[in-house]
Ligand binder design. Structure first.
Ligand SMILES: *Cc1c(COP(=O)(O)O)cnc(C)c1O
Length: 451
C-alpha cells in the first residue's frame, strides 16, 4: 500500500474543502473548479490523454463511464450495433462486470503460459467479431504483473477491426512518468486515484476513478445535466455529484504537486525495483508466477507486483496459501493479497513506499516460513500440527500450562530473532474465514436490550 502522507491529508480537513455542498451555486465553487482543471491537466500529462472527467467514484465506475463513452461514439457514427467486448482471462473481475452493465457482450480471450495476452487468439476473435467489435479491455501492466511487450501491436489490431481500446489504468503506479497509455494505443483509461495517487483505500473507499480519453472521444465524457453541465452528445452523469468524490481530490493534488514530474517518475522506478527486489530475493524459495516468461526470473523481471505461487507446496506439505497468510501475522505482517488474481497464490505489490529494511523483514519472514513448510514436507513436523496450521498464535494460547503441540512455544512466537525485540501479538487465533463470510451476524445488541 502506498504511503498516505500527513501533508497530503491535511487540506481535506480544511473547511474550505470539507464544508462545501456539491450542489452549491457555481460561483461558490471556484476553488474546486481550479482544482478540477489543474488535476485534470496533470493527469492528462501523466496518461497522454486529451480529456478527463473526475466524476467516477471508483475504478469500476470509471470503466463503466469509459465504456459508455465508447458506446456513444459508435452510435454517433451509425454503428450502434457494435457490442462485442473482448477481455483477456487475466482481467480484473470489474472489467467483464462493467461491460455487462453497459449492455456489451463479453468474449474472453486467452493468455499464454507467461501471462501475456495470447495475440493469436485475440486476432482470431477480432476477425470472428469484426463487424460487431466495440472494444477490447486490457490492463497494462496486467493483473498478472506483466508488461505486455506487444501492447502497441495489440492496440493496432483492435483498431483495424473498428474497435476501441480500453486500457485499465489501475496499475499506473508502474507507468507514471515512464509510459503513457494514451500514447501507446489506448483510447480510454481509468485511473485509481485511491491506488496510484495516494487517496487512502482501506475498507472500501472513498475512491476516485477518473476516466481519461483520446481527442475524438472528449465530446462524449460524462455530463451532469441536473447540475446544468454538459451537452446532448455527452453520456449522462455516472455519479450523484458533478465532481464525484470531490472532497478527497486535494490528496492527489498535494501528492502530484509535492512530487513533481521527476519525483513521480522516481516513485514509479522504485516501485518496479521494489517488486523485482522481492521477486529476486524469494525466487530461490518460491515459484514466481509469470515473471517475464519463465520461472525464477530467468526470462526477465516482473512489473509492479510479483505473484508467489504456493500451489505446489499445498501438494507437497498440505500447507495452503491461507496458512501462510495467517502465519505472516505471527511475523507482524498483514498478508499481501491472497488468492487473487490466481487462486492459491500471494500477490505482493510493495510500491515505492517501503524501505529496503522493511522489504528485507518481509523476505526474511517468507524465507523462514518456507523453512517451516520444508519441515512439514520432510516429516519433521506433522501436517496437521505445525506453526502454519495453528497460526496466528495469541499470547494466551502460548502462555497456558497445557502446551501440547509438536513444535516449541519459542518457534511459535519467535520464528526469527528480531521478533524478540519487536513483536506484534495477534489478539485472536485462527478464524474460519469461509464460515464467517457465509454466516453474517450483527454484533450490536438485540433490539429488546434497549427497552
Ligand atoms: C482495483 C482495480 C479495479 C477496480 O477499481 P475499484 O476502484 O476497486 O472499483 C479495476 N481493475 C484493476 C486492474 C484493479 O486493480
Amino acid at each position: 500500500m502506498k504511503l498516505n502522507a500527513t501533508s497530503e491529508m491535511i487540506p481535506i480537513t480544511w473547511p474550505e474543502f470539507a464544508h462545501i455542498h456539491p450542489f452549491a451555486p457555481r460561483e461558490q465553487l471556484k476553488g474546486y473548479e481550479l482544482l478540477d482543471q489543474q488535476l485534470c491537466a496533470w493527469l492528462s500529462q501523466a496518461t497522454g490523454y486529451a480529456g478527463i472527467s473526475l466524476q467516477p467514484n471508483a475504478g469500476s465506475q470509471g470503466e463503466y463511464a469509459g465504456l459508455l463513452v465508447i458506446k456513444a461514439w459508435h452510435a454517433s457514427r451509425g454503428e450502434g450495433h457494435r457490442d462485442i467486448c473482448l477481455i483477456p482471462e487475466s482481467a480484473h473481475g470489474t472489467n467483464p462486470a462493467s461491460a455487462q452493465m453497459v449492455g456489451m457482450k463479453v468474449v474472453v480471450t486467452k493468455c499464454d503460459a507467461s501471462g501475456n495476452v495470447d495475440l493469436d487468439d485475440l486476432r482470431a476473435k477480432c476477425e470472428a467479431h469484426s463487424a460487431n467489435l466495440a472494444a477490447v479491455m486490457i490492463t497494462y501492466p496486467s493483473t498478472y504483473g506483466v508488461f505486455e511487450t506487444r501492447v502497441t501491436e495489440l492496440c493496432a489490431l483492435v483498431h483495424q477491426h473498428g474497435g476501441r481500446v480500453y486500457v485499465d489504468g489501475a496499475n499506473m503506479n508502474a507507468l507514471v512518468g515512464l509510459a503513457a497509455p494514451g500514447q501507446f494505443g489506448g483510447d480510454v483509461s481509468h485511473l485509481n486515484l485511491h491506488k496510484t495517487f495516494c487517496i487512502p483505500h482501506g475498507g472500501g473507499g472513498p475512491g476516485v476513478g477518473p476516466v481519461c480519453v483520446v481527442d475524438d472521444l472528449v465530446p462524449f465524457l460524462p455530463a451532469h445535466r441536473s447540475a446544468g453541465m454538459g451537452t446532448d452528445a455527452q453520456v449522462g452523469a455516472v455519479s450523484a455529484a458533478p465532481l464525484g468524490n470531490a472532497a478527497v481530490l486535494p490528496i492527489s493534488w498535494m501528492y502530484i504537486r509535492m512530487m513533481g514530474a521527476q519525483g513521480l517518475k522516481a516513485a514509479t522506478e522504485v516501485a518496479i525495483l521494489n517488486a523485482n527486489y522481492v521477486a529476486a530475493r524469494l525466487a530461490d524459495h518460491y515459484d514466481i508466477h509469470f515473471s517475464g516468461g519463465s520461472d525464477k526470473l530467468k526470462g526477465g523481471g516482473v512489473a509492479h507486483e510479483c505473484i508467489l505461487d504456493l500451489r505446489p507446496l499445498k501438494d507437497s506439505s498440505g500447507v495452503s496459501a491461507e496458512d501462510v497468510a495467517k502465519r505472516l501475522i505471527d511475523f507482524g505482517f498483514h498478508a499481501p493479497t491472497l488468492s487473487f488474481p490466481v487462486a492459491g497464490t500471494l500477490m505482493v505489490e510493495p510500491t515505492e513506499s517501503e524501505s529496503q529494511a522493511e522489504l528485507d523483514r518481509f523476505c526474511d519472514a517468507m524465507i523462514a516460513i518456507r523453512e517451516e513448510i520444508r519441515a512439514v514436507e520432510q516429516g519433521r513436523l506433522p501436517q496437521d500440527d505445525n506453526p502454519l496450521k495453528n497460526a496466528p498464535h495469541t499470547a494466551a494460547s502460548l502462555l497456558g500450562s497445557d502446551w501440547t503441540h509438536a513444535y516449541s512455544r519459542e518457534q511459535a512466537a519467535y520464528p526469527v530473532a528480531s521478533l524478540k525485540l519487536n513483536k506484534y501479538w495477534s489478539p485472536v487465533g485462527r478464524v474460519d474465514n469461509v464460515h464467517g463470510d457465509r454466516n453474517l451476524f450483527c454484533s450490536c445488541l438485540p433490539v429488546d436490550a434497549w427497552r
